[in-house]
Design a protein around this ligand. Structure first.
Ligand SMILES: Cc1cc2nc3c(=O)[nH]c(=O)nc-3n(C[C@H](O)[C@H](O)[C@H](O)COP(=O)(O)OP(=O)(O)OC[C@H]3O[C@@H](n4cnc5c(N)ncnc54)[C@H](O)[C@@H]3O)c2cc1C
Length: 489
């Protein structure tokens, strides 16, 4: 019987960060167990744009992460302090984020991304999506400045290569099904390896096997009725197995179990995405237009804030609408500002020369009401205020039931475009309660000996919403801590 020092369950960003940190901290015999086949490896981490939100104090910090980065008068990378990051965490979670966890996340974000870069992960500035040209200078905004060169695909491949170089073993096709829990401590995991049961023993087990976004049963149970209808944007393998196993041995649940990250997503997308379509089915350029539901009414303030601060919560709004659908409407003026995914041939899109013609093409929508809503919206736009997409320009509507706070432009230039959307779930927020060593706590708030958690599995960090790019950072920060603690038993 082999007994490992550390067994890590899952092989996404959080798990691989844990395995590497365990190695750094003296664990010799480390096994990573992954439910997916090698072909389907990488979890949600592989689906990402590889964008990490982290605190930095200007160009010199970024240069530590990308030594070849050149300073230039035509680029302003700005800065994003720990306190800016913390402020954003508090803002988007309505102040609910756990104080200790969010302090750890934000204050350790830079050193953790720096650690990953020293391990060999290659980063680059996020051109286009996170910057705007202002007076000839490319200005980065919002604190989300770097992504992994080659995005999620390269992120996972690089981490796997680095893991392998460090002598860490990965076993694919291995779904952890239960924890081995004896004498009040975790002794290993039970696994279905290629569909055959196996027992694997370990000194410490790190659970980093994602949330429950891909289980329609758990979604409906915890997020509520209607959620079984959501489309899954990421891996089909995150079915809450780690959470179920941990709760079974008495782990304390924590955080926003009825909350998740969910976005507008093509209404005709499949049940689970695959790597080719996932981000292409996302539809998040709504700040430049309006969104109607099946009743032909607006139901969100599309210009409430920069899309980084609203896109993760609007999927939840569309699930509440009749038939869980919406249509995003744009005119020719703003069409060029939409993300490339709006150009995807398979997108559910209709186009028309007049608004009257457009609303008739919106399947499942009350067209008379839709026409009235667009007219009323157009009449309420404060076009005396200058439109400026680089700032929150306060160009709003007035007098509507749901006003648009920024970037309100009349929809009046043909041709007109509409994109059919529904809810695409990204990941869930509820998880396990951990202490500052990422030890999983039991019902009396004491560590369950030998059990650690990281990544999407930790509860209490995100509530209602999340600042774009903090999922990967959270996985890396808490993954590193969990690996370190698991090795130092
Ligand atoms: C389309 C998309 C785009 C995104 N873009 C970004 C972005 O740019 N920046 C950002 O910060 N976040 C982004 N996110 C969120 C981000 O993916 C997650 O926050 C992060 O990847 C979670 O990492 P993780 O390691 O916890 O989980 P995962 O990467 O999902 O890894 C969990 C792993 O556990 C495995 N597993 C599940 N059950 C078992 C089991 N029983 N036994 C063994 N293994 C199991 C899974 O197969 C998977 O490989 C995006 C998500 C999606 C879906």
């Amino acid at each position: 019987m082999i007994k490992y020092d550390v067994v890590v369950v899952g092989a996404g960003n959080a798990a691989l960060s844990s395995a590497l940190a365990a190695k750094d901290n003296g664990a010799k015999n480390i096994l990573v167990l992954e439910k997916a086949s090698q072909k389907e490896r990488g979890g949600n981490s592989r689906y990402t744009n590889g964008a990490y939100r982290f605190a930095y104090n200007g160009f010199s910090d970024l240069k530590k992460i990308i030594p070849s980065l050149k300073n230039s008068n035509s680029i302003d990378y700005g800065k994003y302090t720990v306190s800016d990051f913390l402020k954003d965490m508090k803002k988007v979670t309505d102040g609910k984020t756990d104080k200790v966890l969010s302090k750890t996340l934000t204050s350790k974000s830079f050193e953790t991304i720096h650690w990953l870069s020293k391990k060999g992960l290659k980063f680059k500035p996020i051109e286009g999506r996170q910057s705007f040209k202002v007076n000839g200078v490319m200005k980065y905004w919002g604190g989300l400045t770097l992504e992994v060169d080659g995005q999620g695909e390269k992120l996972v491949d690089s981490l796997l290569k680095i893991t392998k170089k460090n002598g860490i073993k990965i076993q694919y096709d291995s779904a952890a099904t239960d924890l081995i829990y004896e004498d009040n401590q975790i002794k290993g995991v039970e696994v279905l390896y290629k569909n055959k049961p196996q027992k694997i023993y370990a000194q410490s087990v790190v659970l980093a096997c994602g949330g429950f976004e891909s289980s329609s049963e758990m979604r409906t149970r915890y997020l509520g009725p209607g959620w079984e209808m959501a489309k899954v944007r990421g891996t089909k393998h995150n079915t809450g197995d780690g959470l179920t196993m941990a709760l079974k041995v008495g782990a304390s649940p924590y955080g926003n179990w009825s909350g998740c990250h969910a976005v507008f997503h093509d209404m005709n997308g499949p049940e689970f995405s695959d790597l080719k379509i996932s981000n292409k089915y996302r539809k998040i350029s709504y700040p430049w237009g309006i969104v109607l539901n099946a009743n032909g009414e607006r139901f969100v303030d599309e210009g409430e804030d920069f899309r980084n601060y609203t896109y993760a919560k609007f999927g939840r709004e569309v699930i509440k609408q009749p038939n869980q659908i919406g249509w995003q409407i744009f005119d020719q003026k703003v069409r060029h500002m939409l993300y490339p995914e709006y150009d995807v041939k398979s997108a559910t899109m209709v186009k028309a020369k007049t608004i009257e013609e457009l609303v008739k093409k919106l399947s499942g929508v009350n067209s008379a009401k839709a026409l009235q809503t667009i007219k009323e919206y157009n009449e309420s736009v404060r076009d005396d205020i200058k439109y400026d997409p680089t700032i929150k320009d306060r160009r709003c509507t007035e007098g509507l039931k749901v006003n648009k706070t920024n970037w309100a432009n009349k929809i009046d230039q043909a041709p007109f475009y509409a994109y059919g959307v529904t809810c695409g779930i990204t990941f869930t927020f509820g998880g396990l309660r951990v202490n500052n060593k990422c030890q999983v706590l039991n019902k009396v708030m004491k560590p369950i000996k030998g059990l650690y958690a990281a990544g999407e599995m930790i509860g209490g960090i995100f509530y209602f919403n999340y600042p774009g790019g903090s999922g990967l950072t959270s996985g890396a920060v808490f993954g590193k801590i969990a690996g370190q603690s698991a090795a130092r038993v």
